[in-house]
Design a protein around this ligand. Structure first.
Ligand code: SAH
Length: 516
């Protein structure tokens, strides 16, 4: 019996071959997302972009098997064995591949060993770049006025160095031709089709990094295809579209007009908070990479907080002050262990900003006050005007809380403040994110929504040159922290996520303005 024929046992795991889609994260299928959310191991390659990482469970083991700097980090046979090995360990294994796993994805090869060994598997098809990149460039791959079909062809040479394509047969179909992996053989594709009798002025387009915020669409015609690629420095991954439909890109192109097209945003918020901001930016056309450099760890066996909750039940406090969305979440999680929201009936609740306010709203509670500016000092100053002597204020919040809030709240006579640490902020460095390389990109900005986010980023990536970071910050405190590390700083006008997104747009316009 060979090593590969290991007996099947009930404890075996399962493998899902999942198409990640062409680039833009939201183009993964619902099923792909569901499967990823339950993965124990995720094996991925170069076409899978960083933005997808937020869909993975935090505890999943991540294994990169793609090319880096032209070297295969893992041969196909090794990938096949790895899938088998992990499945035999009883794991739920997701093999995540760019586009559709069966279209030039070697998906078939990866199944052989699994079938031989009786491992269960499923295929989750994906949106292929062959159709999605043209679509995002405004090119319908078929159109009744121009063609009867579409052919998808590989431009990859065989191992003997030959590009084995029957150009004559292709030219005769009258189909739209979409070449994948064709950038290094673009001259052979061009001359092959011209020699086969295709008209020199047949419209052609190169769609580079299709569907992503860095997408470029280069339109030309067949005779100028190679020249266009050279002059405009076109790079893989790109699809080459040849046929009359390629001429529609100029009229139907749409991605380029989204307000944050061309912008890449690194969102550094804690994982459980980042999705709202990420969605807002993606809707505006930015590519978002969620890199949660800080995490929230609730204080375990929090006796002080449980005491305070006991006092809440007795009507001891007049005010509860919540100073961050995470603070609100942790507070309610702890409260629900021994009581429920009704214990808050007798007191009033202050929230530092909109995010915290909406955490409260999710729990059926309207905040009684929000400060006119969303920072600790303003909250303290404005709330202290509402306090009366003898009032008791509960502040359940981060262990490293903002001091200005307490200073302001202590100003009125006879106010009792119970400032209780409910969570610690921990810094972490997601291993898959190459911060120095990513932030060197002129279109990539880091978004910071708290000073601790900046500290988290710096401690996660201590070795990089922080002055290279283009930091868009939510408020003065956050900006001051970023400036300490010599980052290039933009500050949002208001401490809201919308205002932050607007500032990001302006920052990118400033920089692109300077470039041209
Ligand atoms: N299975 C993938 C294709 C893998 S072959 C799919 O269905 O999309 C790799 C080739 O796909 C690249 O050389 C390029 O031609 C194409 N490709 C992948 N992502 C792309 C993108 N975002 N934009 C343009 N082409 C892309």
């Amino acid at each position: 019996m060979s090593d590969n024929n290991i007996c099947v046992n009930k404890e075996n795991g399962k493998v899902w071959l999942v198409g990640a889609g062409p680039g833009e994260v939201s183009l993964i299928t619902l099923k792909g997302k569901e499967v990823l959310a339950e993965a124990d191991v995720v094996i991925y390659d170069a076409l899978v972009r960083g933005g997808m990482m937020s869909l993975l469970p935090e505890k999943a083991e991540l294994i990169y098997v793609g090319k880096r700097a032209g070297n295969h980090t893992m041969r196909q046979e090794e990938i096949n064995s790895l899938l088998l090995e992990k499945a035999l360990e009883g794991k739920r294994v997701v093999r995540l591949k760019g586009g559709d796993p069966f279209l030039f994805g070697r998906g078939g090869e990866e199944l052989e060993l699994l079938v031989q060994n009786g491992i269960d598997f499923e295929i989750v098809p994906g949106v292929t770049s062959a159709f999605a990149a043209p679509a995002y460039a405004g090119i319908p791959v078929t159109h009744r006025d121009f063609c009867r079909g579409v052919s998808v062809i590989t431009g990859h040479r065989r191992s003997n160095g030959v590009l084995d394509v029957n150009f004559k047969a292709l030219a005769e179909t009258g189909n739209t031709l979409v070449f994948l992996m064709g950038m290094s053989t673009i001259d052979i594709i061009m001359s092959g089709l011209l020699d086969a009798g295709m008209a020199e002025d047949t419209p052609a387009a190169i769609v580079e990094k299709g569907t992503t915020s860095s997408q470029r669409v280069l339109t030309t015609d067949l005779t100028h295809l190679k020249e266009t690629a050279e002059i405009r420095h076109a790079e893989a991954p790109a699809v080459i579209v040849i046929g009359a439909v390629a001429g529609l890109a100029e009229r139907f192109g749409w991605r380029g007009s989204l307000p944050l097209n061309g912008v890449r945003a690194v969102v550094t918020r804690p994982r459980e908070l980042s999705s709202g901001l990420a969605l807002m930016l993606r809707k505006r056309g930015a590519e978002v990479i969620e890199v949660p450099v800080i995490g929230i760890e609730p204080v375990r066996d929090n006796d002080r907080l449980q005491d305070a909750i006991g006092k809440l039940k007795e009507g001891y406090y007049q005010w509860v002050v919540l100073t961050s969305p995470s603070g609100a979440r942790v507070f309610f999680d702890e409260l629900m262990k021994t009581a429920d929201a009704r214990v808050l009936a007798g007191c009033r609740i202050a929230a530092i900003g909109k995010g915290t306010e909406s955490e409260l709203a999710k729990r059926g509670i309207h905040a009684d006050m929000l400060p006119s500016r969303f920072d600790g000092r303003t909250l303290g100053a404005e709330l202290s005007k509402l306090l009366r002597a003898g009032d008791k204020v509960l502040i359940p919040r981060a262990a490293i809380g903002n001091k200005a809030l307490n200073e302001e709240l202590s100003k009125p006579e006879g106010v009792v403040i119970d400032d209780i640490a409910t969570y610690d902020t921990v810094y972490r460095a997601p291993v898959w994110f190459d911060a120095a390389k990513e932030l060197a990109d002129p279109h990539t900005f880091a978004l910071f929504t708290s000073a601790s986010g900046v500290r988290g980023f710096v401690s996660a990536y201590p070795a990089m040159d922080h002055s290279a970071v283009k930091a868009v910050c939510i408020g003065a405190m956050t900006a001051a922290e970023a400036e300490k590390h010599s980052m290039k700083v933009w500050i949002s006008e208001e401490a809201t996520l919308i205002s932050l997104a607007e500032r990001l747009m302006q920052a990118s316009e400033e920089l692109t303005g300077k470039e041209s």
